[in-house]
Design a protein around this ligand. Structure first.
Ligand code: SAH
Ligand code: SF4
Length: 372
């Protein structure tokens, strides 16, 4: 494999890019232009056609010392539901990850990965079943969102009439603008709080108002329950949405499904969640993968209702998606409705049942894995 210059531009915040330009002896204006090319034009090369307003000397330096960090698509698959597309993306070292574009009424969401594989070993999760290979870099996390944003633009360009000169302006200012990526969920492969620093840097880059400008409240991070990470999020008052994968309301039941619960027991996890909500004033989503007979009975609903009593919470129920390494059965919709009803009526606890998307192409929650 050919060596790529070591500086991945997607690793840098806007300020860092400006400082890098200063070190190179280039003006801040050119750094800002490059930033616009990266995140507003979604440029895919340093060529004069793509970046016409950069002087040749800047382009030469970039070509020699920096890379765009674009992740080539190894495979792309459409779900028969017509709303979900899964991308298998290649990393520089030959590893691969999956990223999913999901369309819902009125919004598009990118589901992005934070690691190659996962070390947490949840029994029902395909990523857990493949084991842990490595953390993603901030640039590799950012590149997934850029990829989805670029795909959205390409899709809308191919389905609309030729664009006028004025529509080449910043996409935010353009009336004819294609649907913009506004929602990102860190729910792909990996445990984001196991890769805390890279994920937070990536979130900062995604949020930059001069770039992709994804609002903090539209970035959702889902964790298996890494207690030190939750406490750090609270301490740093990170303005992200937090989802915690609960799945069971007793330590014994939870550690049978989620081995990480042995390291971070349920009582410590709930204490951390309480601290998080008290410190940030924010509600947490508690995810609950519904598995028939295991955690979906009325007694289980009452147990989670009791556990979350007094906490600002919403429960996200996810009917189990099939994976090759686990033979549990998804809860039927009747039982899911009863579960919801108990939470609502007996505990005033709001809940949703997550829409099933991309199951036929293994793009649903917990189905992302790379078969080598
Ligand atoms: N590592 C993080 C985020 C990735 S998984 C976490 O565990 O929270 C995103 C969500 O999908 C989690 O709530 C996870 O428990 C759930 N999930 C994993 N495997 C699943 C499966 N087979 N069916 C349904 N949900 C699953
Ligand atoms: Fe890792 Fe999340 Fe899958 Fe558990 S559910 S193995 S933490 S990706």
């Amino acid at each position: 494999m050919s060596a790529r210059p070591s500086l991945n531009l997607y690793d840098l915040t806007r300020d860092e890019l400006c400082r890098q330009f200063e070190r190179w002896g280039f003006s801040r204006v050119h750094a800002e232009r490059l930033w616009n090319y990266l995140y507003l034009q979604l440029a895919d090369s340093f060529s004069p056609d793509t970046m016409p307003e950069l002087p040749a000397k800047v382009r030469t330096r970039l070509t020699a010392e920096a890379s765009l960090g674009i992740l080539p698509t190894a495979l792309e698959t459409d779900s028969s539901d017509g709303f979900t597309r899964k991308y298998l993306l290649s990393l520089q070292d030959g590893e691969r990850i999956e990223t999913v574009l999901m369309r819902f009424t009125g919004r598009v969401t990118a589901c992005i990965s934070s690691q190659v594989g996962c070390a947490m070993g949840c029994v029902f999760c395909a990523t857990g079943q493949m084991g842990y290979t490595r953390h993603l870099t901030p640039g590799e996390i950012v590149a997934q969102a850029v990829h989805v944003a670029r795909q959205l633009r390409l899709q809308s360009q191919s389905s609309s009439k030729p664009r006028t000169q004025s529509s080449k302006l910043r996409p935010h200012q353009d009336d004819m603008a294609p649907p913009r990526l506004r929602n990102v969920v860190l729910m792909g492969m990996g445990e984001p709080l196991h890769n805390y620093d890279a994920v937070m840097r990536a979130a900062d880059i995604l949020r930059d108002p001069n770039g992709l400008a994804i609002a903090a409240e539209r970035i959702t991070l889902s964790t298996v329950g890494v207690v030190p990470g939750i406490l750090r999020l609270a301490e740093e008052k990170r303005p992200l949405h937090l989802a915690v994968s609960l799945h069971a309301a007793t330590q014994a039941e939870r550690s049978a499904l989620v081995p990480a619960a042995k390291k971070w027991p349920l009582d410590e996890l709930m204490a951390a969640c309480r601290t998080y909500s008290e410190t940030t004033g924010r509600r947490i989503f508690y995810e609950w993968t519904l598995i028939e007979g295991k955690n979906d009975t009325p007694d289980h609903a009452r147990a989670v209702g009791t556990l979350l009593r007094g906490l600002p919470a919403q429960v996200n129920l996810i009917p189990l998606n099939p994976t090759s390494g686990y033979d549990g059965i998804p809860t039927r919709s009747e039982a899911a409705k009863t579960f919801q009803k108990i939470l609502a009526e007996e505990f005033k606890l709001p809940s949703t049942v997550r829409q099933r998307r991309g199951i036929d192409i293994a793009a649903g929650c917990g189905q992302l894995a790379i078969a080598n």
